[in-house]
Design a protein around this ligand. Structure first.
Ligand SMILES: C[S@@+](CC[C@H](N)C(=O)[O-])C[C@H]1O[C@@H](n2cnc3c(N)ncnc32)[C@H](O)[C@@H]1O
Length: 268
């Protein structure tokens, strides 16, 4: 699968089929980041859901030379019992009907634990992408015992305080050179966005790149600026589609961040 901006429409179809809840432009921004980072061995996804995101990340990582990544997925799995509790049941049924086969829906409703969920996601990912996925799932972020993640993708949380707590806790598990990706920024989770602003003011997050719904941060200024320079120097960096963000010196003299020009990706 070509994850470059040359293949936006196919990436979009692939994302829909896999059931990832992200626009394809953000997947392209991730692909550019993965291609830029020299080593990615460990990836934590906060909100692994049915694994659509994991499958896409795993495939984009393979495409960029990171073939042995260990994934940890956190999800309380309430969506499995949503039909009985009624919580979000219609939303989940509609989404399952869009991307899962009847067999997949049936097997999903029978899962009870995180081991079953890991196996279900791994099987589906390998079947649909033909790429091996190494995954272990847990229900809460407090159960993540491993550390030194190279990438953390933060994809749950509604309020300011819960998101700030997740950011503070999870940053302890991010390697010093790692990248912290926050999803639903600008759209979908306004208070998660607010939490990242407060975290930046606390000196916890330093912006690297602004995607469509995903924003990419490091946990130190030096690392953020080093990654920005490396992304810009990457031969796959297309300066019509990714541009320096005016006003970035708000974060310090000479500070630079990258804006993804997602409208231009759609026209390209
Ligand atoms: C938006 S979905 C994740 C989508 C997925 N990352 C993707 O890209 O396709 C959020 C998931 O987080 C889970 N979730 C929400 N709050 C949680 C919490 N506090 N702890 C663990 N899981 C949670 C939900 O069950 C849901 O599956």
């Amino acid at each position: 699968m070509d994850y470059s901006y040359n293949n936006l429409n196919n990436i979009y179809q692939h994302v829909l089929k896999l059931g990832m809840l992200s626009p394809p432009e953000d997947v392209i921004a991730c692909w550019l980041l993965f291609d830029t980072l020299p080593e990615i061995n460990k990836f934590l996804e906060l909100g692994s859901y049915i694994g659509g995101g994991l499958a896409i990340f795993n495939e984009a990582l393979h495409e960029t030379g990171h073939v042995n990544v260990e994934f940890t997925g956190v999800d309380h799995l309430d969506f499995i019992g949503a039909k009985t509790t009624g919580q979000g049941a219609t939303w989940y049924s509609d989404h399952f009907n869009r991307c899962l086969s009847q067999n997949e829906i049936e097997s999903l409703t029978k899962l009870s634990g995180t081991l079953g969920m890991s196996t279900w996601i791994q099987d589906r990912c390998e079947r649909l992408t033909n790429k091996k996925l190494q995954l272990s799932c847990v229900r809460t972020e407090d159960e993540v015992t491993s550390a030194n993640f190279d990438i953390i993708h933060h994809d749950y949380g509604d309020g300011v305080e819960d998101n700030l707590a997740t950011i503070r806790k999870s940053l302890l598990k991010l390697s010093s050179n790692g990248v912290y990706i926050v999803d639903d920024w600008c759209t979908g989770a306004p208070f998660r966005t607010w939490a990242t602003v407060l975290a930046q003011q606390e000196g916890l997050l330093y912006p690297i790149m602004w995607g469509k719904n995903k924003v990419f941060f490091a946990k130190s200024q030096d690392v953020a600026q080093d990654i920005v320079k490396k992304i810009c120097a990457n031969s796959k960096y297309n300066s019509k589609l990714f541009k320096p963000m005016p006003g970035s010196n708000y974060f310090g003299p000479g500070y630079m961040t990258i804006r993804m020009h997602w409208q231009a990706i759609q026209w390209a």
